[in-house]
Design a protein around this ligand. Sequence first.
Ligand code: ATP
Length: 468
Amino acid sequence: MADPQAPDVVTMEKIVALCKRRGFIFPSSEIYGGVGSTYDYGHYGVLLKSNVKNEWWRSMLQERDDIVAIDSAILQHPRVWEASGHLEGFTDPLVDCKTCGKRFRADHLQDLECGRKPSKHPGETDECDLTEARDFNLMFETTIGPVKESGSAAYLRPETAQGIFINFKNVLQFSRKKPPFGIAQVGKSFRNEITPGNFIFRTREFEQMEMEFFVPPAEAQKWFEHWLGERERWYTSLGIRPERLRLRAHDADELSHYSSGTSDVEYLFPIGWSELEGIANRGDFDLSRHAEFSGQKLEYFDQASGERYIPHVIEPAAGADRATLAFLVDAYDEEVVEREGTGSGEVRTVLRLHPRLAPVKAAVLPLVNKDGQPELARELHRTLRAQVQSEYDDGGAIGKRYRRHDEIGTPFCLTVDHQSIEDRTVTLRDRDSLEQERLPIEGLAEEIVRRVNAPWSTPKLGVSAPTA
Ligand code: ATP
């Protein structure tokens, strides 16, 4: 078990190395030397991030009656970005260093490394020669159609939210919903970040999980607080340690142009407390602007009361990649265990992921590749895979296979041995406690489903933060 007295051993370097070694996440275009801060998800990364997104959908759709889904196009009418304020205002302040030739975000200098002396921040050494800050628009521009001419400019969406606002009328007409109700979307967004970095924390192409909750204006504050609580709870219900999570309200000078109140859910990443999700009270800014720019009425008419109003919007906006990174960081653990039969210790690396997030729920391992064990193991795997993501694994010594599954976070390893052939039982090894118990094959798939969905909390609770 994890030792709550020990400091957390996780570092970003260890996460990056494990993700590469175990096929979660690779640097993109690696055979061509890579392309700055883009990543490709491998098999286990796809499974993990899908589970994160599915849990988000579950909390938004399955567990509530007041939210519906949408999947809008990435390319939208350019006027969308005029109305939203992105064309004019979605900028970051950029400075160039004439000495090292690198570019930096002027408001992040304290977090960045000098191009010549990485131990210093840009501007900190006498040699640094920074230009005045100028605004740089983060939207990726492209053209629609074969000819680059005026009026053909289009943008890769920098957020999924606008695709929701421009569908407000459609959803209102067809979903039989009335405020308070929400529209949820998961999808890719693109930002030409000046200084991406820290692995998948900040990339130029990423996935967002956003929900716009439309409410009567007088109820906005109440719903804002509701969503602060709900979103914090979502992370802790999936195993994130509460002491690594906090809500931070934006100061007035930090607020976006549309927001009358924003709080970030922050996580204690190895790079320090950083934004995981933003929850904003956007007022009626978006619907009013799209009504103005499109000439369409975007309001709600309550037939019962005869009242007509533009709903206010509460937006919880999360990043699927950033959440995946937080779950990986929170789960990463190392502990010394006894090497079987030797009395000496070895370090076991383990991802203590919530079983619902784990890429593989159960691995079926024949102890030896003979005596009918592979056949029985395959039979069990076939039954399991109908209900959960299961993996058949007969490659290498059993200890090595356990380590492999510890590193990808498989909560249950099921070992088929000579006794299994006689009495159709297997040993179930628990990833966290390392306890082994003997269970009948009959009904095992249902038992695994039950355990995956049972309440779970990480054994890392109380493990102290690493000292910098
Ligand atoms: P930051 O201050 O980190 O740039 P933001 O406040 O601009 O983020 P939002 O516009 O509120 O971010 O986007 C909502 C969420 O989308 C963020 O909380 C984050 O999880 C995710 N996100 C935003 N930009 C990126 C990015 N470049 N790479 C990965 N995830 C991102």
